[in-house]
Design a protein around this ligand. Structure first.
Ligand code: GZL
Length: 345
């Protein structure tokens, strides 16, 4: 009798073809949340990912290296994804240029990555390239800064802080410090022009003082989130006028630059002029301990773990929040001094 080819060979062939068809990028349900990418590879008995399993490839388009906060965020992302064998990280640094971030996203699309992470340097101008990612079925997560409202269908989730609340908290500390009826002249050092973190920290702070007629922002200028520019803007202002009681800087790096300028102008930062920063970098805690700075409103840069969890949740088919918020605090006085030894960045 002619040997029949075992039918099970045909069955394996069919299964192999089915498995091959299941790989590749996920579909897109068009609602901004993308269907979970197909399960890839296998796990060992102890549920550790099998080294031969297809890695989840993450393309991250970072802004640059403008601040201590940004460096901490980059370190968190690199540490999170390079230390986990389930993932492969492709990382790009745009040197503060939106066109470089857009180029990086297009490269990630061409490379057919599984997920794209983006810290958008400014809010506007993302619609075209994020539509390309969506059409390619690649889910996008925004990290730490947002994009123009109305484009929620172009990304899965925004992982980051409530910048309006941070501005409100800065104003609240100041009013508690001086009193509701005080006369206070303020210099505001704004972040990068067009960045959501700058727009919203400005809005929150100005909303916080709008019913306090004695509180006046006598000068408001961008320092582009850098220490050097923060110092430059403060130097120029102090040459014209020294009758200010507060500097409100949209990040600690600009606050630290302003501190240098105030000292070089012969005034005492932290005493003659109160200094308010945002971020909570270690150098700000040290300046508070030295009495040269008064308060830092924390903004958490250690977002790598939250991004990784969101990607795994998406892969598992879970519904994700559109805004995955970071928990933060406000540090001043003895509370800041006590917290300094435990600060991670
Ligand atoms: C906030 C982040 C801001 C920081 C700055 O999420 O985008 O950008 O506050 C950084 O230090 O430059």
């Amino acid at each position: 009798m002619k040997r029949q080819k075992p039918y099970w060979l045909a069955l394996i062939a069919i299964m192999m073809i089915a498995m091959m068809a299941g790989c590749g990028n996920s579909g897109n349900n068009g609602a901004g949340n993308t269907e979970a990418p197909p399960a890839t590879g296998t796990a060992n008995e102890d549920n550790t990912p099998d080294a031969s399993a297809k890695k989840i490839v993450v393309g991250f388009a970072q802004i640059g290296q403008e601040s201590g906060w940004r460096d901490a965020e980059t370190a968190s992302i690199k540490e999170t994804f390079t230390n986990d064998p389930q993932f492969e990280l492709k990382f790009s640094d745009a040197q503060q240029k939106q066109e470089n971030q857009i180029k990086a996203i297009r490269t990630f699309i061409a490379q057919k990555v599984d997920v794209i992470g983006l810290a958008p340097v400014v809010e506007s101008g993302w619609e075209t390239v994020l539509k390309e990612a969506k059409d390619a079925g690649i889910p996008v997560f925004l990290l730490d800064r947002g994009i123009t409202k109305g484009n929620e269908d172009l990304y899965t989730s925004f992982i980051g802080s409530d910048f309006i609340l941070e501005g409100e908290n800065a104003a609240k500390w100041m009013i508690d410090e001086f009193g509701a009826d005080a006369t206070v002249n303020i210099v505001q050092l704004e972040g990068t022009v067009g960045a959501s973190a700058a727009n919203d920290r400005k809005k929150g702070f100005e909303d916080g003082i709008k019913d306090k007629p004695g509180y006046k922002i006598v000068y408001s200028q961008t320092g582009d989130f850098t220490r050097a520019k923060g110092k430059e803007v403060m130097e120029a202002y102090l040459k014209k006028d020294k009758n200010i009681q507060v500097v409100y800087a949209h990040n600690d790096d600009m606050a630290l630059g302003a501190i240098q300028a105030i000292e070089e102008a012969g005034l005492k930062p932290g005493t003659d002029i109160k200094i308010i920063g945002v971020d909570g970098i270690k150098a700000a805690f040290e300046a508070i301990k030295e009495g040269k700075m008064n308060v830092t409103v924390e903004c958490n840069p250690l977002l790598g773990p939250q991004l990784k969890q969101a990607i795994l949740d998406l892969k598992a088919g879970k519904e994700l929040e559109k805004w995955i918020k970071s928990e933060e605090d406000v540090y001043f006085g003895q509370k800041a001094i006590d917290a300094l030894p435990n600060r991670k960045y």
